[in-house]
Design a protein around this ligand. Structure first.
Ligand code: SF4
Length: 239
């Protein structure tokens, strides 16, 4: 090993050995360490927008735009769209073609533009232009799944929710905190286990952490701020 090489990371548990899971309280030091580390990371775009202006409508629209799209692209697309229309009725009136042009190049911009028109029509017709604030009601909106609904609850309304995307799902499993196959299963497992004080913050922390350190392929375990608390379940190659 050359002197400049990072120290090898001990593989505490690279494959599940049993049905063991970390206890619920094991998440406390993880949240504390990630909160400290996150000072140097960019916060996810939807959170950034919610901090600037807690507006459930903007959170909902930005969340739809953000799927499979880089944060910088989402931020610029949302900014162009809100400059053209900042309320449901006005946005629906833009029509699918105009919205698609405004939000290009977000991923699936045509499909998202169609969903945005349908969502805005629903908000205007069924909800008097406001965003509903219950999970069941949000899930009736076109193209809105649990991830978006949870983010609108937490970031738009400051209500309890656990938004589980691919980062939260992957990292909660690697830590050995849950053992689940899908983000939906992870959300329900976390609802049972995660102490309530971490519900709203867990998405922000794990998304930023997943983008900067615990990446999908070859995570940066040698410099990871929570390596001492991680079982590294299913982690093969790492840096
Ligand atoms: S980077 Fe490695 S040590 Fe850190 S949480 Fe991810 S898998 Fe665990």
């Amino acid at each position: 090993m050359r002197p400049s090489d990072p120290a090898p990371v001990p593989s505490l548990r690279s494959t599940p050995q049993s049905d063991d899971l970390q206890p619920a309280e094991a998440i406390h030091p993880v949240v504390a360490a990630l909160t400290e580390a996150a000072r140097g990371w960019r916060v996810p775009v939807v959170t950034e927008m919610a901090r600037a202006r807690r507006d459930p409508f903007r959170v909902l629209i930005a969340c739809v735009l953000s799927s499979r799209t880089k944060d910088e692209v989402t931020a610029e697309a949302a900014s162009r769209l809100f400059a053209a229309a900042a309320a449901p009725e006005a946005m629906a009136a833009l029509g699918q073609g105009r919205i698609a042009k405004l939000v290009y190049p977000v991923g699936f911009y045509n499909t998202k533009a169609r969903h945005l028109v349908a969502i805005c029509r629903e908000l205007s017709n069924r909800w008097e232009g406001r965003v509903p604030e219950e999970m069941d009601e949000l899930l009736t909106l076109p193209g809105v799944g649990r991830k978006t609904a949870n983010l609108v609850l937490t970031q738009g309304f400051g209500k309890p929710g656990i938004c589980v995307d691919t980062h939260v799902h992957r990292i909660a499993n690697r830590l050995g905190y849950v053992r689940t196959k899908t983000p939906r299963e992870t959300e329900f497992a976390l609802r049972e286990k995660l102490p309530p004080e971490h519900w709203i913050v867990i998405n922000d922390l794990l998304v930023a952490f997943g983008q900067h350190c615990c990446t999908p392929v070859s995570p940066h375990c040698s410099t990871c701020p929570v390596s001492a608390h991680c079982w590294r379940v299913g982690v093969g190659r790492s840096r």
